[in-house]
Structures are given as structure tokens and as C-alpha cells.
Design a protein around this ligand. Structure first.
Ligand code: SAM
Length: 260
């Protein structure tokens, strides 16, 4: 996979050289190229922004500078990802889909964002897909952190990235649609807190059931939206019992929270 990130602060993307993403780059699993948008500016001051038409506070990033930059990095087409707080929320499903694509380009905005014509223009190109995405309902100063989030979420799903692919299966937001169960390691007692006895039993069946119960209970306590999205056909009798303890019952084939 190739990923191009365009930013006016390329140094902000230096964490991409660290840890597992850095290793994936050196091993050739992913080719990440970080570009300075100002390299495409044409004036002496390497200007990339201007005042907003219609007035108002702040500056807007110029479409002509972004256009020449993106024409270069998207010369062979690809998926243009534009971080913005008004975009579609980034989810694990999005990351899974992007992990199958050969070329991602991330355009990091700053100031009041990028002139709206940039996304509109590239959306008309048959060899380019455009997605405006948000990493949460808050406003950052720039798209670089959102680019780091997307790269890490996608690259860890590439085949060969994690040593043990099993570790991805039961994760939060995985195929089961649940949050992950709590995890523990040595020592067995710390700060007077004991690891649940079942995890020391060596009994694989009991451990698997306990983990499933905990995942269901945790999801029911913290994320009713995820429970509401579960498919009843995927749940066994014990699952329904655990959910019932948290107020969920099956009504007309759908999970429903008592009193709502
Ligand atoms: N004026 C914009 C608005 O109100 O929607 C906010 C611009 S923000 C200060 C500057 C840049 O930060 C955006 O162009 C985007 O690249 C990035 N950004 C800020 N918050 C973000 C979020 N929640 N998700 C993704 N990108 C974000």
C-alpha cells in the first residue's frame, strides 16, 4: 500500500517513523510519503492561504495550491481522504475497507480548512474517490493528528502487520460488534486486587464464556448504541441472559432497552 500525506507541517508526521508503523515502512509493507504543501506554492512567501470570500474570521487554504499538489500525488488516481470536523465519522469499518486499497492520499487542512472546491473537483475524477472524515466531535488546529489516526488504524490491519492476527479478532469494534473484555497480566495480585479466578483456571471453555459475558456487560454499560446494533441471530441464550441483566430484552426480533 502507498500512503501520501500532504501538510504544511510535515514534521508533525514524524511519529510515522516510530513504532510498528515505522517498522511496516522499513519492511516494505507500506510506502508512506510525507509532502510539504508549500513546495507547490508559487510566490516568494510560499503562500497557501487567503482571506475567505464573504468575510469572516480566519484564513482559507487556496484551491490552486492544493490542486497542483494533488494533481501530482494523485497522478495515477487513488483515494483522497480529507480530515474535517464536518466529515463522516471514522470507524473500524472504514479502516477495514481502506486497508484493501492500494493508494491513499491524506490532505491535511489548517486555518479554517481547505477551499470547498478541492473536494468537489477531485470527486469528479473517475480514478479518484473522495472521503471527508472526522475523528470526533471536537475541533483540532489541523488535519495532521487525524492523518496519524487514520494511518495507524489502517496500517495495523494490513496482512503481516501484527505478529498474531488472532489479536485483532476479539478487539473492540471487531466483527462481534462488542467492546473487548477486560485484560490482565502478572502479578496475580496487585494493590490488593486479584485477577478473576477463572483466568487462572486453564479451562479454555470457561475462560471464553467469561470473556464473552464481560464483553457483553461492558458494552451494555458503556455503549447502548452498539448493543442496539447487534443481530439477535448472532446471540445465544447466555448472551441474552447477560443483556437482560442490563435491561435489554428481545421485542419483535430486535434488542430493546427496558423503559426506552
Ligand atoms: N472551520 C472548520 C470547521 O468549523 O469545520 C474547522 C477547521 S480546523 C480549525 C482546521 C483543520 O483541522 C481542518 O481543516 C481539518 O483538517 C482538521 N480538523 C479539525 N478537527 C478535526 C476533526 N474532528 N476531525 C478531522 N479533522 C479535523
Amino acid at each position: 500500500m502507498r500512503i501520501d500525506v500532504v501538510s504544511i507541517f510535515p514534521d508533525y508526521l514524524s511519529p510515522l517513523e516510530l513504532s510498528l508503523v515505522g517498522k511496516a515502512r522499513t519492511s516494505g509493507l507500506v510506502d508512506v510519503r510525507v509532502h510539504d504543501l508549500r513546495d507547490w506554492a508559487t510566490d516568494r512567501h510560499r503562500t497557501v492561504d487567503d482571506t475567505p470570500f464573504g468575510g469572516g474570521a480566519g484564513m482559507v487554504m487556496r484551491p490552486d495550491v492544493w490542486g497542483t499538489a494533488l494533481d501530482d500525488v494523485l497522478a495515477d488516481g487513488g483515494h483522497l481522504l480529507v480530515p474535517t470536523p464536518s466529515g463522516t465519522p471514522l470507524t473500524q469499518r472504514t479502516a477495514e475497507a481502506l486497508a484493501h486499497e492500494p493508494h491513499l492520499v491524506i490532505a491535511c487542512g489548517r486555518y479554517e480548512g481547505i477551499d470547498a472546491r478541492v473536494a468537489a473537483h477531485y470527486a469528479t475524477r473517475p480514478d479518484v474517490t473522495v472521503t471527508e472524515y472526522s475523528i470526533g466531535d471536537y475541533v483540532l488546529n489541523g488535519g495532521e493528528v487525524a492523518a496519524l489516526v487514520l494511518v495507524e488504524a489502517v496500517v495495523r490491519l494490513l496482512p503481516g502487520f501484527v505478529g498474531n492476527p488472532e489479536s485483532l479478532v476479539e478487539e473492540s469494534h471487531g466483527a462481534a460488534g462488542l467492546l473487548e473484555y477486560p485484560v490482565y497480566t502478572k502479578p496475580p495480585v496487585w494493590a490488593d486486587l486479584e485477577v478473576p479466578e477463572v483466568l487462572l483456571s486453564g479451562h479454555h471453555g470457561r475462560i471464553a464464556r467469561w470473556r464473552r459475558d464481560e464483553a457483553l456487560a461492558r458494552t451494555a454499560s458503556l455503549r447502548s448504541d452498539l448493543v442496539a446494533a447487534l443481530d439477535v441471530a448472532d446471540l445465544d441464550a447466555r448472551d441474552l441472559e447477560v443483556l437482560a441483566e442490563h435491561g435489554w430484552t428481545v421485542l419483535d426480533g430486535e434488542l430493546s432497552l427496558r423503559g426506552t
